[in-house]
Design a protein around this ligand. Structure first.
Ligand SMILES: [Zn+2]
Length: 187
């Protein structure tokens, strides 16, 4: 076990359908487990519905995150599944430039060519000067050249002469790059 800061995002939260929702902190995972809000998965993919069972029977990873109290280490599950009503579906959010670059694999949505991160920018599909908003539905990924060429023209189509749309917001956006091995089958 590895003692971690309670604010470290150690745990993947799955919804009722076992779809990934978010990563949560060790502290949040611990509290949800104590309160019976989640069941947790161990190394062998067994599920545990209570803290007692988890502490007694779970098989742990070598690098299982743990919270330290005065007397003991509490192993924190790295995957938990929602079992109660505490869970509210998160609202759709905007994708950041990082999210868009990852989502489109560095591809400008106008010329459809790939560019390094530094040469890409967020494009407002309907330019702000023409009443476009900064909402997710009006944002896409664009290279600097196309951005310049487009300026405030509308409509401005891509190289295949098709209109450009904002991407579907993925249900789950990773806020950090570190992915635990056991998360991979869920995401
Ligand atoms: Zn381009």
């Amino acid at each position: 076990m590895i003692p971690v800061n309670p604010q470290t995002r150690t745990t993947l939260l799955l919804d009722f359908a076992w779809q990934p929702v978010a990563t949560i902190t060790a502290r949040a995972a611990f509290l949800h487990l104590i309160r019976g809000h989640v069941s947790c998965l161990d190394k062998e993919h067994q599920t545990f519905d209570s803290m007692n069972h988890w502490l007694e029977y779970a098989s742990l990873y070598e690098d299982q995150p743990a919270l330290r109290s005065a007397k003991t280490l509490w192993p924190i599950p790295t995957v938990v599944v929602v079992t109660s009503k505490f869970y509210h579906k998160p609202k759709k959010t905007k994708m950041s430039i990082n999210d868009l670059v990852r989502y489109y694999k560095n591809t400008c949505q106008y010329c459809l060519e790939k560019f390094p991160f530094a040469e890409l920018t967020i494009d407002h599909i309907i330019p702000k000067s023409k009443g476009g908003t900064d909402e997710h539905s009006n944002r896409t990924l664009c290279c600097l050249k196309c951005n310049q060429k487009k300026s405030n023209k509308i409509p401005f189509f891509n190289i295949k002469n098709q209109p450009v749309k904002a991407p579907e917001v993925p249900k789950f956006i990773f806020e950090h790059d570190e992915i635990r091995k056991e998360w991979e089958i869920h995401i």
